[in-house]
Design a protein. Structure first.
Length: 131
C-alpha cells in the first residue's frame, strides 16, 4: 500500500497573507479556519473550528497572492509538513503547517479574472529545496 500525504481544505482566511519576496518568487503565509458541524448529545448543533497555518509559494496553481485577505473563502490543496528551527536565543522550535500546492479563491472583492484555476490532479509542482 502506498502512503500519501495530501490535504484538501475549504475555509476562510483568518488574516491577510503575510507576503515575502524570496529570490524571484513570493511566499505567502496565512492562517485559515475550517469548520465541522456536529450534533451534540442534547440534540443541538455545535460547530468545531480548526485553525491551520498555510504556506503558499507563487507559481503554478496559485492566484495573485495579494488577493489573500482576511475573510476570503478559499480551497487549499497541499500536504502537511513539520518544520524545525533554532530561534535567536538558541531554543529549538517546530511547527506543523500546510504546504499549499494549489490555492483557489472562492469569494473575493476582486474581479474573477484574478482567480487561479486549480491544476489537474497530479500536475502539482513544488520545490522543497526552497524551504
Amino acid at each position: 500500500m502506498k502512503c500519501e500525504n495530501r490535504i484538501y481544505l475549504k475555509g476562510k482566511l483568518g488574516n491577510d497573507a503575510r507576503i515575502q519576496q524570496v529570490g524571484e518568487r513570493s511566499v505567502a503565509n496565512f492562517s485559515m479556519a475550517t469548520d465541522v458541524d456536529y450534533k451534540q448529545q442534547d440534540g443541538r448543533w455545535g460547530k468545531e473550528t480548526t485553525w491551520h497555518s498555510v504556506c503558499a509559494w507563487s507559481g503554478f496553481g496559485m492566484p495573485d497572492l495579494s488577493l489573500l485577505k482576511k475573510g476570503t473563502s478559499v480551497t487549499v490543496i497541499g500536504r502537511i509538513r513539520k518544520r524545525e528551527w533554532t530561534d535567536n536565543q538558541g531554543y529549538k522550535k517546530e511547527t506543523v503547517e500546510v504546504l499549499a500546492e494549489s490555492v483557489d479563491i472562492l469569494q473575493s472583492d476582486k474581479p474573477a479574472q484574478n482567480r487561479s484555476s486549480s491544476p489537474a490532479q497530479g500536475n502539482y509542482q513544488t520545490n522543497d529545496d526552497e524551504f
